[in-house]
Design a binder for this molecule. Structure first.
Ligand code: ADP
Length: 621
């Protein structure tokens, strides 16, 4: 049985128990009431024999009727409930009869109820009602001259006052005791009792309703907490799996890079290239799974920064170009020249969405063109940037467009059997866009190609036009190529990692840069080395036995062992906000495993240059 079923059963039980209590209360009240009535009748019998037959029989019949009514007819109509409440007050007010019974009874049941369910609200409500009505009755009766206040409180006497000393109406109807008693004694009592019964019924509903609501809220809160815990466990599990998988892939990619560098055999190089591509694909899949789990658990956050539009588009172009070229597809980027050059937003996520869409277009297109059009409209300090990805690929059937965002759903499976994919890319893209207040629109002609578009609103930081993207890109490409290779034989780098293969990977990857590398296999070893030697940069792994990277960092800071030295967190932990988290802990920067050589070189170029320059020469290739 699931949680929802559990809760419904629970509520049913609770309602049943609440009903059982209220009926018990009713029965007891009824008994008290009947006893009181009998006493009353005896009193009447002694004083005035006639009134008994006149009052007793119709009253009992009506009481019984009411009893049956209240037990079997539930009252749910709110308006009726309040109307009846109003009648009760009115009846109490007009007729000053046997008020003490009613005060006691009206108070008793709700009091029991309130005690049972500890609902002070209901108790106050009823007490105020009875107090107000008593005051009105006492003063009203006194004012009309029907009775004095003592008589009202002494219950049966006012009735005699009506009959014997009554004023205008009483004198007239008094000639017919049956009529006068029914009108002034039985009917009001019955009305009061009906109203009372209905109030109890309503109270029972209100109270049991609120009890259930409270219970339900509590249950739901508990269920939510459990779900959150489960989600956290899932995220933790995924983070661990991701970490565990990344570590060996780091070794595979690192060693593969060595083969690519050292082997001259074309066949071997081809094998190594395939290993490289497959490893990167595996990382992409892990990233997608992590992302979708983050989105599911609401942990995905948009981090807004200032960014250069040209850098964003450059990256996207360079990555897509390699893929498009390998399939012989033409890749076109048509970017509005006047687009503001700097904006404020989450460029990483926009990049991710564009790469998803473009790589899908490349994947699902056999021949022709894949293009990206970027246009914008400005509105005050904001730009509404429109990205349109077009392809001349296989297209998507109209009915399939509806299900394209279902996680893990792949379309046209027979046709796409050869194409690799997990069915997560579109789901992630759409969710990321939603987080950025945008929406993905898809148009497609089955067999002829598809168009994916979205508009994203970004704050303009620098309104200067970006200029011709094609020209810029060529220039940028040249810069990038030349900046990437350097040697720094005087630079000393400490690599701290418990895994010897990981240390070896860093050492070998950095071999061409000629930097001097010292290795430490634990946090403690790192501290020991730093107490004796100075370094220009430290790569510190996080997940190490005994003392992890963050703890090590804290000790280094306390003992001033890394003052002025960039400490880079080198880790396979890439879960949400890792970078920000590590920087908060005191790290200078963060590099994810598996190490992408380009990123590693960029980091070294940045931090070795900033400090006491150790870069001997930068080789422009
Ligand atoms: P996958 O990893 O399978 O590509 P996605 O979520 O990115 O997963 O896409 C879901 C499905 O949508 C794909 O399996 C494919 O059938 C279809 N699809 C996505 N993009 C295109 C496209 N440009 N042309 C044709 N079909 C596409």
């Amino acid at each position: 049985m699931n949680k929802v079923d559990d809760i419904s059963t629970y509520i049913e039980n609770k309602e049943y128990i609440a009903n059982k209590y209220v009926l018990k209360c009713f029965e007891i009240t009824m008994l008290i009431y009947v006893l009181a009535y009998v006493l009353d009748m005896l009193n009447i019998f002694i004083i005035d024999y006639d009134v008994m037959t006149a009052g007793f029989v119709p009253s009992v019949i009506i009481y019984l009727f009411v009893f049956v009514l209240t037990q079997y007819v539930p009252l749910t109509n709110e308006k009726l409930k309040y109307l009846i409440l109003f009648c009760v007050v009115a009846v109490f007010t007009i007729m000053g009869v046997t008020i003490t019974y009613h005060v006691v009874l009206v108070a008793l049941l709700p009091f029991l109820y309130a005690t049972l369910y500890s609902s002070k609200k209901v108790m106050y409500y009823v007490y105020i009602l009875t107090v107000i009505s008593t005051i009105i009755v006492v003063f009203g009766g006194y004012y009309l001259g029907l009775c004095d206040a003592n008589m009202v409180l002494l219950t049966t006497l006012p009735r005699r006052a009506y009959i014997e000393n009554g004023t205008f109406i009483l004198n007239e109807v008094n000639s017919n005791p049956f009529f006068s008693l029914t009108l002034f004694f039985v009917l009001p009592r019955c009305l009061v009792y009906i109203a009372f019964a209905v109030i109890c019924n309503s109270i029972q509903r209100i109270v049991s309703g609120s009890v259930e609501k409270a219970r339900l809220t509590e249950e739901l809160a508990q269920a939510k907490e459990e779900a959150e815990k489960a989600n956290q466990a899932k995220s933790r599990f995924l983070a661990n799996v991701s970490h565990e998988v990344r570590t060996p892939i780091n070794a595979i990619l690192g060693m593969d890079e060595m083969i690519l560098r050292e082997s001259k055999d074309e066949k071997v190089r081809q094998y190594a290239n395939d290993i490289h591509d497959s490893s990167l694909l595996m990382i992409d899949i892990i990233n997608d799974i992590l992302d979708s789990s983050k989105i599911e658990s609401g942990m995905m956050e948009i981090v807004e920064v200032e960014y250069a539009v040209s850098t964003l588009l450059n990256d996207v172009y360079n990555i897509t170009k390699v893929k498009a070229q390998s399939k012989g597809l033409e890749l076109q980027f048509n970017v509005d020249e006047s687009i503001p050059c700097e904006m404020h937003g989450d460029d990483k996520r926009i990049r991710q969405v564009l790469l998803n869409l473009l790589s899908n277009s490349v994947k699902y297109t056999e021949s022709g063109t894949v293009s990206l059009d970027v246009t914008y409209t400005a509105d005050e300090e904001y730009a509404n940037v429109r990205y349109v990805v077009r392809d001349t690929g296989i297209g998507i059937k109209e009915e399939d467009i509806k299900v394209i965002y279902n996680a893990y759903q792949r379309l046209d499976v027979t046709k796409n059997r050869e194409v690799e994919g997990t069915g997560l890319g579109m789901t992630i893209s759409q969710n990321l866009l939603k987080l950025m207040d945008s929406n993905l629109e898809i148009e497609s002609e089955y067999g002829n190609g598809s168009t994916f578009s979205f508009v994203i609103r970004q704050k303009i930081v620098n309104a200067q036009p970006m200029g011709d993207f094609q020209k810029r890109m060529q220039r940028g490409g040249e810069d990038e190529m030349s900046a990437l290779h350097f040697v720094a034989p005087k630079a000393r780098i400490l690599v701290v990692d418990d895994n010897p293969i990981n240390r070896k990977v860093v050492r070998m990857l950095l071999q061409p840069t000629q930097v001097q590398i010292v290795e430490a296999s634990s946090g403690a070893a790192c501290i020991e080395v730093l107490e004796q030697q100075k370094f220009d940069l430290i790569f510190l792994d996080n997940m190490m036995p005994e003392m992890d990277g963050i703890e090590t960092m804290h000790i280094l800071q306390e003992r001033h062992l890394c003052d002025g030295v960039p400490v880079i967190m080198l880790t396979a932990d890439v879960v949400a906000d890792s970078r920000e988290r590590y920087i908060q802990e005191g790290f200078t920067d963060y590099l994810a495993k598996p190490i992408i050589m380009k990123q590693m070189e960029e980091l070294l170029a940045k931090y070795l240059q900033v400090g006491d320059s150790q870069l001997e020469k930068i080789i422009f290739e």
